[in-house]
Every structure is written in C-alpha cells, then in structure tokens.
Write a protein that binds this ligand. Structure first.
Ligand code: ADP
Length: 501
C-alpha cells in the first residue's frame, strides 16, 4: 500500500540515521538528513536523498534545536520526522512542534512522551499499573535535610538520580550517611546544569541486579504487544556496552510476569509505536526502572531473534498502516548479541580516540549484521558519541553466538583510531559473561581500569618497525605524549588495537 508520505526527515546522525535511511528506501520513501556542519560527508550524508544543514557542530546549536529541525524538514517538503534515539527523540516539545507544523512525528504522542519521560511521573503511572518499583523517595520536598532523612530511611546504599536525567548520567551512589550531603548536593547541581531541572529522587541501590528490558510496541488503537526482552547488564558507568536477546537468566514464569507488566504499563500510558520498559532484576524479583519512548540503540538483537523490523514498523504505525504482530508471529529463535564498537583506547581507561578512520573492514557472513555510521576516510570527531558501529550476531544458541561474535571481532579491522575491540573480546571471554550470570557490577568488578597494556610480540614489533616509517614518515612516536608503553607507542594511522590481542 502506498504510504501517506513520500519523504521523511531524519533528525539524527551516525549509524541510526543510516538504519532509518535503509528502512525508508525499502519502503520507497525518500529521505532528508538534518545534519550539523561537522557531519557533512558522513555515511548518512552520502546515503540520504537530500540534506539540510541545521547548524554548527555543537549539539546544542544543531541536533538539539527544535526549531531548526522542524524548519529543515519543512524546507524540503518532508511530511514526517524520524527522531532516531538520543538528541530530541524523547523530547515532548519536539514531538509537539512537529505536529504543530503539520509533520507526522514518528514516535508516541507528545503527551505520552511527557508522562513517561519524567522519571517521577513515570513512576506514578507505573504504580497505577501496579508494577513493582525500587523502594525510594520521589517527593516534591527537595530540601537537603529531607532527602538525607529519606536516604537513611531507605537504607544505604542509595542511588540519587535526576528526575529529568537519561543516558546513565546524573546518578550517584551514596554508600553511607557521611557521603549523603555532598553527593545529593552535587547531584542536584549537575541535574540543573545537564537537564535544566534540579529535581532528584532516591532509590535503594540494588548492588547485584541484572538490567533486563522489554521491547513493547503499540498500534494506533492503543493495543500493545511485548517483543520479549534484552539483557543489558554489561555496563560501564551505567552505560550499556553489550546487549543480548533473550536474557540468559529469566525463568519462563518471570519472563511472563515482566512481559505482562511491560504491556500493562504501555497500555495504561496509551502507548503507540516502539518503546522499552527497563527493569532491574535481583533475587528473582523485578523492579521498574524507566520507560524509553523511542527506538533503542540495542533494538537489532530483538529484530534478529524475532525476525521483525522495528524501524519499518514505526514508520508504518505513523502512517496508520501497521498491522500489529500476532503473538504467534513473535516466537524467538536462537540468540543474538550486540557489541558497541567505540573509538577509544581500551589500554588507557577508554580514553576517546579521534581522527581519520583510515581503514575499516567488517567481515560479512551469515547471521552477522553491521550497523555502521562511518566509511574508510571518514573522521571520528570529538563532538559526538564515539560509537563507530554496532556489531550484531545471531546464532542458534548463546554459546554459538558468543563464539561467532569473538570470531567476527577477530576479523574486524579498524585502522586510524583506537577501538575497544580487545575490550569487547575480553568481556565476551570472561567466565562470568559466558555463564550468563553477570550483573550491572560486572565491568566495575572485573575491568575497572579497562585492559592492562600488553607487550608486543616479536612479530608485532617487526611489523610496527616496518610500517611506521611508511605510515607517518617518522619512527615510533608516543601516541599519548607521555610514558611510552609498547602499545601507545603506535602513532596514527597505524594505531590499530585489533591485532594486538
Ligand atoms: P538512564 O535513564 O540514565 O539510562 P536508568 O534509570 O535507566 O538511567 O539506569 C541506568 C543504569 O543505572 C541501570 O541499568 C543500572 O545499571 C543503574 N541503576 C539505576 N538505578 C539503579 C538502582 N536503583 N540500583 C542499582 N542500579 C541502578
């Protein structure tokens, strides 16, 4: 059936913009990329049918500007806007501004985003839906004494969070009464500067929990289904690194209960489109964390195990042409894992690494998917999230999927900037990850400092000695400008980390 829109504007960048372009093309819809000056010539820029520059590199002056995005979309005659994830994707004002300008916002309604976006109002909604939450304090009284008294009542450790927070930012774990004043005050200060509101709330800190989230999807009539779960317990500073579907540790009963809870919440909120209900699971009990009213970075693992296309489903829902999957269509098969590939130095505490991506090779093969925002010759700039790509694999079982991911990483080539591939390999090879018992403390416990620098083998030393004069016209120079470890001694463009494991 013909879609009601011929052109969709993409208010995003990088790999998710590419992902949306692919879905649009397959649906026969043209695309307009709304991009910053720094993103001219990126992969999404090259792939989009049309482009509009909406401002300079800093996100506050381009990707986060509601007006410029709306005007950019209108200027090229787009009829709908896909916000991707991050940036304005969960901004109710943006969703409303699109609608006010006569554009279809590909996502839930503005009022739904508003109700679920603020963590405090979301928690109230979930209490109405009778879904368990982590014990805590969400009161309006934000006086320091009150918050400290409440923290004591909850019992340490307690986590303090920004009500308007997101992306793992603005959270602090308070381990004792002695730390409470200082940490709460600094959380309030940071919340105000990062999210424009100093309101915080407190939760009991669950220190051996798994992060398990349910993908839900609602049609335009308010009926919602659950598309099973993803486990995202491998996190560094509350940010996910490796995700998988399904979780290796849910019993069928718990899965059923959580799935029902997620759907009840989505239906209570009148949800339409793709959304994710996040939970923490500890000692066989689950607790609601938050609902993300957008596509999730890790959506491909769900797509791989269920054989669905969530981005097309989002577009078709916005076009009022989506027929919701029947439960019988949603039977998970095999196991999928996603690794986030970052431009960072795994041997130097994950220090971001920028520069030209001189060479990139993604080893194609069955059950492998590469979501990539860059091509060889592109530059990783300091302006945005340093994620180069996501590698997703599918196989018939979890052990086979882990094995496949290890093999794919081994054959992946990234030249020019440092990448976290050795780090990902170390995580995937760890007995706790392989057993599937990891909690959100996994990275903190086993890899608090990233990886130890490694000595080069004789063969590697010979390779470097030969390659360096060719590559940079000079001998070995210290990449970190300081103490020369064998690895950091590799200067661009041969600063590869992939071979040195
Ligand atoms: P954000 O919206 O910033 O991503 P979330 O509330 O979703 O924040 O939490 C992100 C991560 O922080 C969780 O996956 C978990 O690892 C940790 N976290 C959040 N709340 C708690 C809690 N009460 N106890 C333990 N860990 C928590």
């Amino acid at each position: 059936m013909k879609l009601p829109f011929e052109k969709i504007a993409i208010a995003n960048r990088g790999e998710v913009a590419v992902r949306i372009i692919h879905a649009c093309r397959e649906l026969g819809v043209r695309t307009v990329l709304l991009h910053s000056e720094a993103d001219v010539g990126t992969r999404a820029y090259r792939l989009a049918d049309e482009t509009v520059c909406i401002g300079p590199a800093p996100t506050a002056e381009s990707y986060l500007q509601i007006d410029r995005n709306v005007k950019g979309a209108l200027s090229k005659g787009a009829q709908a806007v896909h916000p991707g994830f991050g940036f304005l994707s969960e901004n109710a004002d943006f969703a409303q501004a699109c609608v006010d300008a006569g554009l279809v916002f590909i996502g839930p309604r503005a009022e739904t985003i508003r109700a679920l976006g603020d963590k405090i109002s979301a928690k109230r909604l979930i209490e109405r839906a009778k879904v368990p939450t982590v014990p805590g304090y969400m009161g309006d009284d934000q006086k320091l004494e009150t918050l400290v008294t409440e923290a004591e009542r909850i019992g340490f450790p307690v986590i303090v969070k920004a009500a308007a927070g997101g992306g793992g930012r603005g959270m602090k774990v308070i381990r004792s009464r002695a730390e409470a004043n200082e940490l709460i005050t600094s959380a309030q200060r940071e919340a105000l500067s990062a999210f424009g509101s100093a309101t915080v709330f407190l939760e009991k800190y669950l220190d051996r929990a798994k992060h398990i989230e349910f993908q839900v999807f609602g049609d335009s009539n308010g009926k919602c289904v659950s598309l099973y779960e993803r486990e995202c317990s491998v996190q560094r500073r509350h940010q996910k690194i490796i995700e998988e579907a399904l979780s290796p540790s849910l019993t069928p009963e718990l899965r059923e209960q959580m799935s029902k809870a997620a759907v009840t919440l989505a239906e209570t909120a009148g949800y339409n489109g793709a959304g994710t209900v996040e939970f923490l699971v500890q000692d066989g009990k689950f607790y609601f964390l938050e609902m993300n009213t957008r596509l999730q970075v890790e959506h491909p693992v769900t797509e791989m195990v269920l054989g669905v296309d969530l981005v097309k489903a989002q577009i078709l829902t916005a076009a009022k042409q989506f027929v919701l999957w029947k439960d019988a269509d949603l039977k998970p098969r095999g196991h999928a894992i996603e690794c986030r590939v970052y431009a960072e130095d795994p041997y130097n505490r994950g220090l971001p690494s920028t520069g030209e991506l001189v060479g990139l090779e993604w080893p194609e093969g069955p059950g492998r998917r590469f979501e990539v925002g860059f091509e060889a010759g592109d530059e990783v700039t300091p302006y945005y999230d340093p994620m180069i790509a996501k590698i997703i694999v599918w196989d018939e079982s979890r052990p086979r999927a882990i094995q496949k991911m290890l093999a794919v990483i081994e054959e992946t080539i990234i030249f020019g900037v440092r990448a976290n591939l050795p780090y990902l390999k170390a995580i995937l090879s760890h007995p706790e990850f392989q057993a599937g018992t990891m909690t959100t403390q996994f990275i903190q416990t086993h890899f608090p400092e990233g990886l130890e620098p490694k000595e080069l083998s004789e063969i590697q030393k010979t390779f470097v000695a030969k390659a360096m004069p060719l590559a940079s016209g000079g001998g070995l120079t210290a990449g970190n400008g300081g103490a020369v470890t064998p690895l950091t001694a590799l200067a661009a463009p041969w600063r590869n980390s992939w071979r040195l494991v």
